[in-house]
Design a binder for this molecule. Sequence first.
Ligand code: DGL
Length: 270
Amino acid sequence: MHSDPRSPIGIIDSGMGGISIRTALVRAMPHEETIYWADTAHCPYGGKARKEIVQLVRAGVETLLTEGVKIIVVACNTATTAAIATLREEWPEMPFVGLEPAVKPAAETTRSGIIGVLGTEFTVRSEMFRTTARRYASGVRVIPVAGNGLVEAVEQGLEEAPETERLLRGYIEPLLAAGADRLVLACTHFPLLAPQIERIIDGRDMRLIDPAEAIARHTREILAASGLLYEPNGVTTEAPIHHFISTGGAEAAERLRLRAEQYAARLRKR
Ligand code: DGL
């Protein structure tokens, strides 16, 4: 197992969703190198069976281990829900960071006492989700919604398509009508749809909860606590290297890199 601060951070997602997490990681740890593994060939994961998702994510972990990563961020709610326990069992020395729906910050800040959770079918129907909701949102009404079709829309670059807006409205309007004032983005693809979601909720009392920054802080803490955070002393002119690997091939990896750059540029403008 690699335990060198100069080793890269590994990131896993079924496709482009990990971009939302990766951007926060790079902001929080600007000197760190990253390697992002996207399972584009098998995306989306959300409608698959647990066993199959575990199998697919395992392949991602193996690839990242070959690349010598020091930590793996499973930047996918679905993959975390399906596989994180198995991964921790199979690679006990590798630190894994997973994503659970950010029900806690939503429940702590809601004023209406009603929160919506938009995730994949797999995530919102899972036992892990029910446990998280019970643990962190007692006394709060949690309304889960399976955002079918949205992952595909992001993968195909169809954020601005009328069909995507129709899907989003179909998921979000009923939540607004029910009085939800927090919307947990429980799939890492969905922050890539934030401008479109914000247009729909414009002027209404609803706030989006994106876990990316909290995950980046948590990852930083784990690295710092284990002496694996790379923080060069003094001025360094070395720019960290960021790699993108896709099971969809070199073209898909290049698309991923471009989208990651666009997303980071959009957040910088905010
Ligand atoms: N980004 C993944 C998540 O957070 C999307 C899963 C999928 O491929 O359906 O759940």
